[in-house]
Design a protein around this ligand. Structure first.
Ligand SMILES: NC(=O)c1ccc[n+]([C@@H]2O[C@H](COP(=O)([O-])OP(=O)(O)OC[C@H]3O[C@@H](n4cnc5c(N)ncnc54)[C@H](OP(=O)(O)O)[C@@H]3O)[C@@H](O)[C@H]2O)c1
Length: 347
């Protein structure tokens, strides 16, 4: 046992698997792992995304791809068999692949539960289970193997009213619980933790970013969208020697969104899918006075009319976004196309 954490920790000689590594957050994570020296396998359903990512990142290190649909048991087994064929040991498994579905409460289809839960929850458990022999073989007392599941802040608290991603939010709460359950089951040989991201710019959040990035950023306490270094740095920590006493943790990576105080009078809450409180005058004040809790002001502070108008415009933008997100939004385009509930993304 060492007394201090070595700096500049590297993953040379170690194998990592990143599901959904062909684009978005998975690609950000893959790039970080390659920069640390790991050999990385990425997987998803679309060969084209995988090929593009391998071509883009192979100058950074040893990256290869395997096509698998993780919503099916066969896909999970095929990917596990592929990894087993490459190596007897797997040091890092990042369960990142995820799907979403949006539709109003009256129309939300049963199939959207199967589709989302199969990959987001069942796939996470199944792949981890299938790769246990390789994860166990990679573990040492000082350096256990790591499983990192990508949850969401939408699994930490209910998204705002009107954000109709029912199976997604439930699935992400499921990811967090699977993380804790596996962590206690697989201790002490394998560490299992989850990252719960807030907004990052990816295909999943395409509509949101295109139509209201500024409004969304204004509701993040740190006033910005997540950057690639935010996620790769968190994964670096969770794969390195500084985190060997951490398992079963759900780490929000959200610029402070879930830490924000909730005003029960607000009809929405800040979040990835339902940005912040709606501006309105606080009780007993003139319309030009408002609680300064959505834009960085102090509670109860008095706003000048121009600031109030600016805040109202942001709040309006957020309401508009909420409407846009209602059905078929934050859904992969191919799902949205086939959703009978899809709406025009116009306010
Ligand atoms: N972006 C955000 O703001 C945000 C916030 C919180 C959490 N997250 C989570 O972060 C993870 C990555 O999402 P992202 O934002 O990067 O979105 P994304 O660009 O849509 O990436 C999703 C990835 O999952 C793969 N995938 C989807 N269904 C799959 C299936 N059945 N089998 C295998 N792979 C599948 C996709 O590839 P194929 O389509 O080719 O299969 C893609 O590579 C997800 O778990 C998501 O829930 C994202």
């Amino acid at each position: 046992m060492t007394d201090s954490v070595p700096s500049g920790y590297r993953l040379d000689g170690k194998l990592a698997l990143v599901t959904g590594g062909g684009r978005g957050i998975g690609r950000m994570i893959t790039r970080g792992l390659l920069d640390q020296g790991a050999r990385v396998v990425i997987s998803s359903r679309k060969q084209a995304d995988l090929d593009a990512t391998v071509a883009e990142l192979s100058s950074r290190g040893d990256v290869s791809a395997f096509v698998a649909d993780l919503s099916t048991e066969q896909g999970v087994q095929n990917l596990a068999a592929h990894v087993q064929g490459l190596s007897d040991t797997l040091h890092v498994l990042v369960n990142n692949a995820g799907a979403n579905w949006g539709a109003g409460i009256d129309d939300f289809p049963a199939s959207a539960w199967d589709r989302v839960l199969s990959v987001n929850v069942k796939g996470v458990f199944g792949l981890t289970q299938a790769l246990l022999p390789q994860l166990r073989a990679a573990s040492t007392d000082d350096d256990p193997a790591r499983v990192i599941n990508i949850g969401s802040i939408d699994g930490l608290r209910a998204p705002a009213p009107g954000i109709n991603n029912f199976s997604y939010s439930a699935s992400k709460a499921g990811v967090h619980m699977v993380t804790q359950h596996l962590a206690t089951t697989l201790a002490p040989r394998i560490l299992v933790n989850a990252i719960a991201p807030g907004p990052f710019e990816t295909k999943m959040t395409e509509v949101l970013m295109k139509n209201g990035r500024e409004a969304l950023e204004s509701h993040v306490p740190l006033r910005r969208i997540g950057r690639p270094a935010d996620i790769s740095g968190t994964v670096e920590f969770l794969t390195g020697p500084g985190s060997t006493y951490i398992t079963g943790a759900i780490l929000p990576l959200d610029g402070g969104i879930v830490a924000r105080p909730v005003d029960p009078r607000d009809r929405s809450r800040p979040g990835l899918h339902g940005p912040g409180p709606v501006l309105r005058p606080s009780r007993g004040t003139e319309p030009s006075q408002a609680r300064g809790h959505d834009g960085g002001g102090r509670p109860g502070s008095t706003l000048c009319p121009s600031r109030l108008r600016a805040r109202q415009r942001r709040a309006d933008g957020i309401d508009c976004l909420r409407d846009q997100l209602t059905p078929g939004s934050e859904v992969e385009p191919d799902v949205a196309r086939h959703s009978p509930h899809r709406r025009s993304p116009r306010c």
